[in-house]
Design a binder for this molecule. Structure first.
Ligand SMILES: Nc1ncnc2c1ncn2[C@@H]1O[C@H](COP(=O)(O)OP(=O)(O)O)[C@@H](O)[C@H]1O
Ligand SMILES: [Mg+2]
Length: 287
């Protein structure tokens, strides 16, 4: 099979700053991974960051719907070689550029590890001034989830206070630790009733992982269960834009401020990752 990914690649890498790269994972469906991805992106965008928000749910993407966007083309067209990445970008909330995925294209669920790596590699050639890339990964632990989480520096695990969600968060952490050697996970508790509740959920998850593996779980705060967030979903807007003073929007602003303080990667990590060429250039220029 000809490699569609190489067809449009430019020869010259781009001279630019390193990009913070973050995956939003968690295992279980419906816990708020996409909501966290969209609203973290919107809150960073609102505070003058430039964010590339990638819909990494290649099979059933819904970032476009959450933000009322109508993509003419998606990552599926990039994979088939019909479009280049730069063609499919859409303008989201302030400061946010969206890379949309299709919904219901089953071949996208069957990409190999090499094809995922090629997809990640295409971002290196993208002319973008983004300082942060956020990838919303699919539910479950498919190849795309593992590939995208391997290709970023920071993995945020979203968890809610339900036994099934706890078990899926644990399974996600275990698999990423064992297969991708991720040691530090950033934890966001969602749909919480109070600050205390969020901390309790985090403590329960830490207790689970401490018994089985050597990982560090960094608590990044909680997002309250918020009817205004549901309203924003119905209006197909981020809650940060639709109801900026709502409890969940305030929590997302706090999360955004925290994420903005994380140090950016400066050197390549040794395997396929987003914007690796920039890291190679940065490492060489500081040598
Ligand atoms: N903090 C919250 N408060 C109220 N509803 C929420 C919250 N987080 C998520 N939801 C609801 O859960 C639904 C599923 O969230 P979503 O991000 O699509 O889940 P996932 O991506 O993990 O499958 C949302 O459409 C929204 O209605
Ligand atoms: Mg989702």
């Amino acid at each position: 099979m000809p490699d569609p990914f190489t067809a449009h690649r430019h020869a010259k890498p781009i001279q630019a700053e390193p990009v913070q790269t973050i995956a939003i994972a968690g295992g279980k469906g419906g816990i708020g991974k996409s909501i966290v991805a969209v609203n973290l992106a919107a809150s960073l965008g609102a505070s003058n960051h430039e964010v590339l928000l990638v819909d990494g749910d290649l099979e059933m993407g819904n970032i476009d719907q959450l933000l009322s966007l109508q993509p003419a083309h998606t990552l599926s067209d990039v994979v088939s070689g019909d479009r280049i990445l730069g063609d499919i970008l859409l303008q989201g909330p302030r400061g946010v550029t969206v890379v949309p995925s299709a919904s219901g294209i089953s071949k996208m669920a069957r990409l190999s590890q090499i094809e995922h790596a090629s997809l990640v590699g295409l971002f290196s050639d993208l002319h973008t001034s983004a300082d942060t890339l956020i990838v919303d990964v699919a539910t479950g632990l498919s190849e795309s989830v593992v590939s995208f989480c391997r290709a970023v520096r920071e993995v945020i695990i979203v968890v809610v206070d339900e036994p099934t969600a706890m078990r899926d968060a644990f399974a996600t952490i275990k698999v990423l630790h064992e297969t991708c050697r991720v040691r530090r996970f950033r934890i966001v508790t969602n749909k919480t009733e109070s600050t205390r509740h969020g901390l309790d959920v985090y403590a329960a998850l830490t207790q689970l992982t401490d018994n089985y593996m050597d990982v560090l779980l960094d608590y990044c705060g909680s997002i309250p269960s918020d009817p205004q967030l549901k309203l924003a979903v119905c209006q197909q807007k981020s809650v940060v834009e639709a109801f900026p003073r709502s409890p969940s929007a305030l929590a997302f602003r706090k999360l955004g401020a925290r994420v903005a303080r994380w140090p950016k990667p400066q050197t390549p990590c040794g395997h396929i990752e987003f914007f690796v060429e920039r890291l190679i250039q940065t490492a060489e220029s500081t040598r």
